[in-house]
Design a protein around this ligand. Structure first.
Ligand code: NI
Length: 212
């Protein structure tokens, strides 16, 4: 890639990042000023009824899965890809650490899930090897490109392939990094950013279960 093209790409990514940051920032402001309306009547505040909840994917053992397979459990979901050099492993380690810090009776009510945004490379077999690095309880979901596009749209996940290196097949995936926390009935009640700590995630999970 020529230097000029690299600079153009960097600038483009900065603009996209700024647009996403602005949208999330505006959305956070809305949340903080409009909290009275964010309750589903059952004691859960809802982040947004329009973020996530459904999927039709394939797990690390090749078994077709939808959200109904994890009914009755809270879900902690992170989107990324197994070739990700830094952010995904860090966030999944954080998820594992938060989950494993919980008492076992709470753990039983939580399903940690990693969903791939790179279905071409992340086959069920690749996902199986990868999720096993973090904890046995972590489920890895992938699928056809169309299935992955559908879940990305449902959770408003940003992820695009970016060519990398000289080989025509080489690419990385630029993606948003957000951990979603959903109630057993599929309402997204919290979203954790990369800066959020293990303790914050663990406390939020404990707090939601104490509401019941
Ligand atoms: Ni990543």
């Amino acid at each position: 890639m020529k230097l000029q093209d690299r600079l153009k790409r960097t600038l483009l990514l900065a603009v996209i990042g700024f647009a996403i940051g602005g949208a999330v920032g505006g959305w956070s402001l809305l949340q903080s000023t409009n909290t009275e309306n964010q309750d589903d009547g059952g004691g859960h505040e809802i982040v947004s009824a329009k973020i996530g909840g459904t999927f039709s994917l394939v797990d690390q053992d090749g078994v077709a899965r939808t959200e109904k397979d994890y009914a009755g459990k809270y879900k902690l979901i992170y989107f990324g890809f197994t070739y990700c050099p830094a952010i995904c492993p860090t966030e999944l380690s954080k998820m594992a650490e938060a989950y494993l810090s919980l008492p076992s009776d709470i753990q039983q009510n939580i399903q940690p899930i990693f969903i791939s945004v790179d279905p071409d490379r992340d086959t069920p077999a690749v996902m199986k090897g990868y999720v096993g690095l973090f904890m046995p309880q972590l489920v890895g979901l992938t699928g056809t490109p169309a299935q992955v596009e559908a879940v990305k749209k449902d959770f408003k996940v940003y992820a695009v392939k970016v060519p990398e290196g000289s080989g025509s097949d080489e690419y990385t995936v630029d993606h948003s990094s957000m951990m979603y926390y959903l109630t057993p009935d599929g309402q997204t009640v919290a979203m954790f950013k990369t800066g959020d700590s293990v303790e914050k995630i663990a406390e939020r999970i404990k707090g939601s279960l104490q509401l019941e």
